[in-house]
Design a protein around this ligand. Sequence first.
Ligand code: SF4
Ligand code: SF4
Length: 323
Amino acid sequence: MRDTLPLLETIDFPALRRGRLDTLQINVGYRCNQACFHCHVNAGPNRTEEMAGDVADIVLAFLARRRVAKLDITGGAPELNAHFGRLVVEARRLGVTVMDRCNLTILEQPGQEGLAEFLAAHRVEIVASMPCYLQDNVERQRGKGVFGGSIRALKKLNALGYGRDPKLALNLVYNPQGPALPPAQAELEADYKRVLGERYGIVFNKLFVLANMPIQRFGSMLVSKGEFDGYLQLLQDAHLDANLDGVMCRSLISVDWQGYVYDCDFNQMLGLPLTRGGRARLRLADLLDEDIAGNPVRVAGHCYGCTAGQGSSCGGALKEAAE
Ligand code: SF4
Ligand code: SF4
């Protein structure tokens, strides 16, 4: 796979500083039951990296000590981590909102019986990838059989109250198939709701529209096809300064499976750790007693993926998130 970091580091991006921390995003490992084409984590069934119990303990201590409002759990398929259940239960006990970045098909995997009920019982917000409401498009990106499994999972979640009960949020995530900007979020959400509702009786709360980041598998594919420069130019041409305030690195830190800290998940995947006061790399344990508001963010060319057009963050388009 081609590393795009050397290319991205040659591209200037406006300086950013952190604001108040409200979300701790943890990547609990790269193992996944799927191996999607665009996956920016390069996750798959054969990956073995996994957050251990002592790092999960630090996560819980950090939530309690720093009074962080939200725990955003990602992977891989985060539910495959042995400490997933404990993280959910303990974080909820602290009053923290918990978000599970769920690939839907995990709900049908052997050993995951009862997972949907567990998530509902603890009022875990589900953020689920669903790159299209059409089978062909989903399976081209995410693999054969994924569409049917996703539809069955959504029906199961609806039956438990997800997408209907205000305490059980079910949000879907769209990203484009290729090197193009995503379409307007509100219109696409309306299309999703209409098609998934009419054909399958499925309901959900919001559609988050995200841009593809020029890193990992997707970035490497752009380089191999000679499309990297064109895509970066597209992102830069669509950059809006107004989006800089809402980028997720201002209010979130990302923690890897070993407990190292990054300004966001994308920087984590690029191997660009959060730096502070001359320290080139920190663990979450180092920040238990530190307020990092005002700390500079490590930016490079990929950051235009967050500020192009309607903007893109873990909660979808920035313009609409601000409304
Ligand atoms: S389901 Fe998510 S984590 Fe798993 S391979 Fe696909 S994009 Fe990556
Ligand atoms: S890629 Fe990460 S560091 Fe760059 S603007 Fe987006 S969230 Fe911030």
